[in-house]
Design a protein around this ligand. Sequence first.
Ligand code: T1G
Length: 686
Amino acid sequence: MNVTTRSESDVGYVEIDNAPVNAIGQSVRQGLLDAVHWAEKLRLTRVILSGKGWTFAAGADAREFDLAPLEPHLPDVVNAIDESFVPWIAAINGVALGGGAEIAMACRMRIIAPAAQIGLPEVTLGVIPGAGGTQRLPRLVGLVKALEMISFGKPIGAQAALAAGLVHAIEDDPVAEAFMVNTEELGCIVPTWELPAPDHDQSVIALARSACARKSHHQEAPRRAIDAIEQGLTLPFHAALPVERVTFLELKTGSQSRALRHMFFAERAAKAPNWLSQPAVQLDHIVVVGGGTMGTGIAYALLHAGARVTLIETDRDGVTRALNNLAQIIEASFTRGLITEAEAQDRQNRFAATTDYAQASDAMLAIEAAFESMEVKTQIFTRLEAFMPTDAILATNTSYLNIDEMAACVADPSRVVGLHFFAPAHIMKLLEIVRGAKTSDQALATGFDLAKRLRKVPVLAGVCDGFIGNRILARYREAADTVFMDGSTPWEVDEAMVEFGYPMGPYESQDLSGLDIAHANRRRQDATRDPNRRYIPIADRMIELGKLGRKTGAGWYRYPGGKGKVEDPIVADLANEEAHFAGRTRTDYVPADIRNRLLLAMINEAANILYEAIAQSARDIDIVTVSGYGFPRWRGGLMQYADSLGVQAIVRELEVLAKEDPIAWQISPLLRACAKDGSTLADYTA
Ligand code: T1G
C-alpha cells in the first residue's frame, strides 16, 4: 500500500508514499480510505496528512485515465475525509495538484510549506476536477478566484494561497505545526462540504466565460469546468458532485484529453536515447559566440541554469550590443518577478562578453549562434578549435545549414553537434539536437544533459534541410503560397489555420520573423531544386517590393504606425498577376479546402521525415510541431492528429491531390505502408 499510517497517543500521521510524485493511483486511494477508517476506529483527535519526498500529491494517476475506473473512486475517498468525525490536517510539504489539492481541501485545515504550490491543473489534461474540486474550491476561496484557478489551471504559491484563504498558515515544517494546532481551534473549523456555496453572481460567471473564450477558445474542458462550478452554486453539495463527476468521466475519454495527455507524457519521455555509449561532458563554463537575439537568449538560459557564460563577439560594438541585450533580458525577468534582485546580480556576475577567443580556453562547450552563413560559422569553429580543449564540444545553433559540412572544418568532427534553439531561446522549451554523420555519443549525451539542465524538451534530429521543424514549416509555407497563388488571399489562409487552432496563420507568423529568412533559404536551394517542381514566385516579389514583414512596416500585411495588421490589396493582386503570367485559372478555396491542403502537406512531409529517420518517432514530431511551431496542443501534435484522421483516409485525399500535381503531392512511402498494413504513425519506429 502506498500510504503509511502511524499514531502517537491520539494523533495520527498518514503519509502518501508513491514515488516519484505521489500520483494518486488505486493503491493510494485504498490506503487513504483505510486510513480514515483506522483513525475513526482508534478515535484519534486528528490526522496529519503529508506526502513523502518533495511533493504532497501530483494528482490522480494520469496513466489510469484510459483504464476502467477502479474503486475506491477518488470522490468517495475525498468525501470520507471531509465527512469523518476525526479532523484531518493537510501538511502540504510540496506540490498539491489536481486530486492532491482536492484531498487537501477536504481536510479541516491546510498548512503549506513556503515553496509548495497548490492548484487544479486538470484542464491542461483536457478534463475538469473530478473529486469535488469544482465545489470545494469556491466554498474556500470564493467564486472569482475559484473560476480563475480552475478554468486556467494555473497553480498558486503559498503566499497567494494564504491570501486567497485556501490555506490557514505557511510554515517551514507543516507536519510539526499541524501537531501544535489547538484542538479546540481545530474542532471549530466547519467541514468544507458544509460551508455555504458563494452567491450565484451571473456577472462574475459571464466574465469568466469571456476570459475563457479568449484564452482557450477551442478547448472544451475550461468551459465545462465553469458549467460545473455554476451548477454547484444552486445545488446542495452532494447533488452537485455527480454533475461534476459525469462531466469529468465524459471529458477524460474525449479526443482533447487523449491529445493533451499524449503531449504530457511525450514531453516527459523526451530524454537521451538509451543507446548512447558515452556520458555527457560535465559543464561549468560555457561559451556562446554571437551576441544577437539568439545568442543572448541562449546565454541567459545558460545563466538561469547556473552556468558561467562567456559570450564572444567580433568587435567592441558587438560586445556592447551583447551586454545590452543580456541586461534587457535580466531586467525583464526581474521586473516580471521571475527572479529576485540578488538572482539578477548573480546572473550578471557569471556573465562576461569579450572579443578574445582565448577566454574559451577552459570551456568544455561552445555554442555558436552567429549569422546564418556557412563561411561565418566555419570560421568560428576554426577559431574555437584553436583555443578550446581538444575534447570540448562544438555546437551550432544553425536553423538550416548542413552541420556535416560545418564539422568538416575541424580536425575532430565527432565534437560537432547541432543545438537548434527556438526564439526566444530563454523561453521556448523545444531544443532540436542535430546528429551529424560523425557526431559522437558524448556530444549527443552532452546536448541531452544540457537540455535537461535548461528544462527544455529535447528532440533528436538527423541532418537534412531544416531538420524536423523547419523542414515541415517549409512545406507548410509552400502549400500556403500555392493556395494563395491558385485562389485565396493570405488573410483567408491565415483565418483558416487560426480556426484550426493555430495562434496565428503562416502569413502573419512570417511577418513576425521576417520574409528574408525564407528568401535566403530559397536562394540557397536554387542550385539543387527540382526544376520540374512547381515554383511559386510570389514571396520573391515581396522581397523585390521591400515588404519583409513587421520590421519594414509591411509584409504580407501592412502595419500602419507599427500597430495591428491590415490586409494589403497590393499583395492580393500579386497572385492575380503571377497566375496570369503562369496562365493559371484561379480557384475559390473554402476554409476547409485550405486547411486540408496545408495539413496534408505537413503530414506527408512529416511522414517522409520519419521514414528517412530524421526523426526517431511520431511522438517526437508531435513535440516539435506543438512546442516550436504553434500546432494546437489540444490536438496532440501533427502525427497524433494524422492518426486521428486515419492513414487510409489521408492517402485517399493525397491521391486526389497528386492528380493535380504529382511532384508536390508525391505520397510518402511510410503513409502507403501504414495504409496498407493498417498501422498508425505512432506505431512506427525508425
Ligand atoms: N500521473 C502520472 N504520472 C505523473 C503525473 C500524474 N499526475 N505527474 C507526473 N507524473 C510522472 C511523469 O510522467 C514523470 O514520469 C514523473 O512523474 C516526473 O514528472 C481527480 C483527475 C508534479 C509538477 O496535472 O505537473 O488529478 O518520466 O517530469 O518536472 O481531479 O509532473 O519519470 O517516468 O513532470 O518535477 C492533475 C501533472 C492530474 C499534475 C512534477 N495533476 N504533473 O514536475 O517532474 S488529473 C497534474 C505535473 C487529476 C482529479 C484529476 C508535474 C509535477 P517519468 P515530471 P517535474
